[in-house]
Design a protein. Sequence first.
Length: 256
Amino acid sequence: MKRCLLVLSMLIFSAAAFATSKDTVLPAGTTGHWFEGVHAAKQFYNTDATSNVNMVPGYAPDQYNTSKADGGWGGGLFVGYALQRKSNWFPWLGLSVDYQYISPTKFSGDMLVNSLPQAKNFNISYNVQTSDILAIFKVDIYDWHGLRPFVLEGAGVAINSASSYQESPTAGNSARTSPGFGSNSTTTFAYELGLGLDYVVSTHWALSATYAYLNNGVAKTSAGTAYNGAGIAHSVEGLSRTMQGQQVELGARYQF
């Protein structure tokens, strides 16, 4: 993660160094500015996911399904460099490094023994917490009395930490020793595509509202542990899911 952060930071500072170099001539009416800011967000992850875990050789795998997600609030910081133009069209273009922490999201659903629809014997749940670091390129399209619609795209890395697997028997079924899917962190490629509206409050301050598609890659638990006296263990594969969905974000930016 440190290497990825270093690369993203170098991209920002290299672009800024080029823009502010004495040998770089900006177009007339264009100025360069550093900026920083904060944002708060709510994630709405796609809930449906299925993991097939082979329990016993020769039998169909057990099927772990999720259909509900609770939680997923985020907050973050960003810093970057922008070109500001004295024009209504494309008045602001910025490149930044954005760090975001997303609180644990609880995914819940059911488990089908040997993938049989009539054998929905257990309710299951587990948590995934995500931190991502993205390089974001943002363009304000038009200025109308300080209101500026924009588009953005970003790419970087996400760290997904899965934990807290729990299960309970459904009505009429007996409890078993939990398979014990353990905690695990996965570092993966992440990207974001969004649009929104900036409101320029003053020379230095701007507020923003953003709607984005966010893909934070894959989250995985660790493998299950032995669960019975015969020592039959779960597959070396744990549960997995894709951390993708929508994000609604409110932010504030200070420009130097």
